[in-house]
Design a protein around this ligand. Sequence first.
Ligand code: SD4
Length: 328
Amino acid sequence: MHRRKFLKNSALTSAAVLGTAPLISCAETGTKTSQKISPGRPVTICTWDFGNATEKAWSVLNTGGSALDAAEQGVMVEEADPENQTVGLGGRPDRDGIVTLDACIMDSKSNCGAVMGLEGYVHAVSVARRVMEETPHVILAGDGASQFAAEQGFSRTDLLTERSRQEWMEWKKTSKYTPVINIENHDTIGLLTLDAKGDLAGACTTSGMAYKLRGRVGDSPVIGAGLYVDPEVGAATATGMGEEVVRTVGSFLIVELMRQGKSPEEACREGVHRIMKKNAGRTDFQIGFIALNTRGETGGYCIHPGFSYRQYDSKGHRNTPVESYLKS
Ligand code: SD4
């Protein structure tokens, strides 16, 4: 059964159910699960099971494209997919029924760009890239970001699909302000790339927390929180409850842990644990990181509601619970 359908039809209370979703997708020669590490070979990974995104990124890398182009074009696949209700077109709206997008992009030279609360443009990542390349700034937000997108020639689109509108109308009927991020709303895409020249890049894009307060921005467009790239060490990106990732400057933390000698997998694990230590007693949110180092090694780590941990190695799909934080 398709994963999203499966989750929708489930009670969604047990970590075992949630554990069916892989945190990390890899691509090599067009497949999304295998990841052989060899010098000079490009690598790409992304959050969750967005095989089409990694395949696109892989095709860019495999034909000599740059890490930056691959990162952008990979996540654009999800931005354009109306069935993905947490990214781009068809994303779930905010509390007022308006879809707003957050995205950022970063390359090996510490060039970066971001948009926050962008309305009316599908490819937030491409607008973020223009901010990086065409302005002296790093972030544009709200109306200014939309104005910039228009000036750059992006075409305006209504991002709210009928499906997302209907769900929002249903939500309003009970309308207690409890935005959900830990269950179905966990499909933010963060994608990391290493090209044949050894350059790294990353991109992260999302419609954020469903039914969020108008103006709310999570971690995804915040450099250092949702995404970080350091040419000497590696790159990391986050998914899950953005507020917790911002508080801990999560992706920067993962890169710094790799700098200290940890593998991508170990760094992601340590980062998740640090966040959980600050949230003792809470079991209501999800946090995950994936990481890629300059040698092309990859890894990820995720906590699901109920505090069951899942660890992912460079094969990408090891869904074995490795420990329980509550017991330790
Ligand atoms: C946010 N981190 O806006 C994003 C949402 C997310 O998986 O990653 N969901 O907080």
